[in-house]
Design a protein around this ligand. Structure first.
Ligand code: TXA
Ligand code: MG
Length: 354
């Protein structure tokens, strides 16, 4: 166990002294969790193999699942990649800094462990003053997976980071809750057309508006477990985002979903289970479960995304035996929300019909 330092910082104007102290830890090969606009990341010097190895260990992350490498300036991308395809260049100019990760062919200066032995590298520039200040002050690209233990819901607040990693990392920069709440979209630029490996904070529709056709990898849809060999993004084959209780997602037309969930609640309560429902503002008062939590209004999927991981963690505290979650339509941010819910459920997906 080490002592994990907690530094409170302003999200808008982080104190330079604190950023310097955190950057110093990164430069010395240490691990610092920091906020981004999506979720908190656990950072290490991406070019220091030992530091990155320690990062995998702290998270108990399988070594075949590489982290995203974060940069603070556009020019920092050039030394990490072999080429920047024209479409990637436009996307960077349009969406960076922001919740979009691009996969490139990687250069030889990147240690093998940072890319899990792959010939490619995932890079993004986060849109958060604390993240940008830390990366720039460190003077190195920062490898940062989400700052949770492998398999757990991603952290959207410093408290979640400490729940999972207190005593396992050197420091956390606490700048309050994150704005987007689901991770960045991972887009593979080494194939034509570009392919979404993980839907996230930048919707498919927004990408297509800039570069035309974008494909969706079947694992990005996450409607069912796929054979391991089809999992091109290594993270695809591991269990993810899971709360402690078993989770079921019910999808379909809203009235059918409400009816199905009502049925399931009744059935599980008859088995003496403590039942939680992850609902929305429009439906939350319709359920007679032990615990009902609302993600927000269905007409504000940005709010639903922001609340998702926090509420999954809150159900752990409630000690429910089962969580039944409402699905949302897969347009815009809905695709990322459903990807996380389906994976969190271990693909226990119920299609509700009238
Ligand atoms: O919003 C985010 O992306 C957050 C914040 C901290 O930036 N980071 C994050 O990192 O979610 P992580 O490591 O939890 O997820 C990285 C995802 C994984 O699904 C991984 O498999 C994929 O990116 N990935 C990383 N390198 C890749 C590569 N070379 N090719 C394909 N997928 C890759
Ligand atoms: Mg993660």
């Amino acid at each position: 166990m080490k002592k994990t330092l907690v530094f409170k910082v302003s999200p808008k104007n982080p104190d330079v002294k604190i950023i310097r102290e955190a950057a110093d830890i990164i430069r010395k090969g240490g691990l610092v969790a920091f906020p981004t606009e999506t979720v908190y990341g656990l950072g290490a010097d991406a070019l220091n193999a030992e530091a990155v190895l320690a990062l995998f260990k702290a998270k108990r992350r399988p070594l075949d699942n590489p982290p995203i490498v974060h940069v603070g300036r556009f020019e920092d991308v050039y030394k990490l990649v072999r080429e920047i395809p024209a479409k990637a260049d436009i996307l960077m100019k349009t969406f960076w800094p922001g919740p979009l990760t691009l996969v490139f062919k990687r250069s030889s200066i990147v240690p093998n462990v940072t890319v899990a032995g792959l010939d490619t590298i995932a890079v993004r520039m986060p849109k958060h003053n604390v993240a940008l200040a830390l990366i720039r002050e460190s003077g190195c690209p920062i490898a940062a997976p989400s700052a949770n233990l492998a398999g757990r819901p991603s952290p959207t607040a410093a408290e979640h980071v400490l729940e999972d990693l207190d005593g396992r990392i050197d420091a956390v920069l606490d700048a309050g809750p994150t704005r987007i709440g689901v991770e960045s979209t991972v887009l593979d630029m080494t194939v034509h057309p570009p392919q979404i490996l993980r839907p996230g904070g930048t919707p498919l529709e927004a990408l297509e508006g800039i570069v035309g056709k974008v494909e969706l990898h079947p694992v990005a849809v996450a409607e069912k477990r796929l054979p391991v060999e089809r999992a091109r993004s290594p993270g695809m084959k591991h269990r993810h985002y899971a709360p402690k209780a078993k989770l079921i997602v019910v999808e379909g037309e809203l009235s059918a979903v409400v009816k199905k969930i009502t049925e399931l609640v009744k059935r599980y309560r008859e088995q003496n289970m403590k039942v939680g429902v992850l609902a929305t503002d429009e439906t939350a008062n319709l359920y007679g479960a032990d615990v009902v939590k609302s993600l927000g209004s269905r007409s504000h999927l940005d709010v639903v995304a922001r609340n998702l991981f926090r509420l999954l963690r809150e159900f752990d505290v409630e000690g429910v035996n089962i969580i039944i979650a409402e699905g949302v339509p897969t347009q815009g941010l809905g695709l990322a929300i459903m990807n996380r819910l389906r994976k969190a459920s271990g693909y226990r997906i119920v299609k509700a019909r009238i």
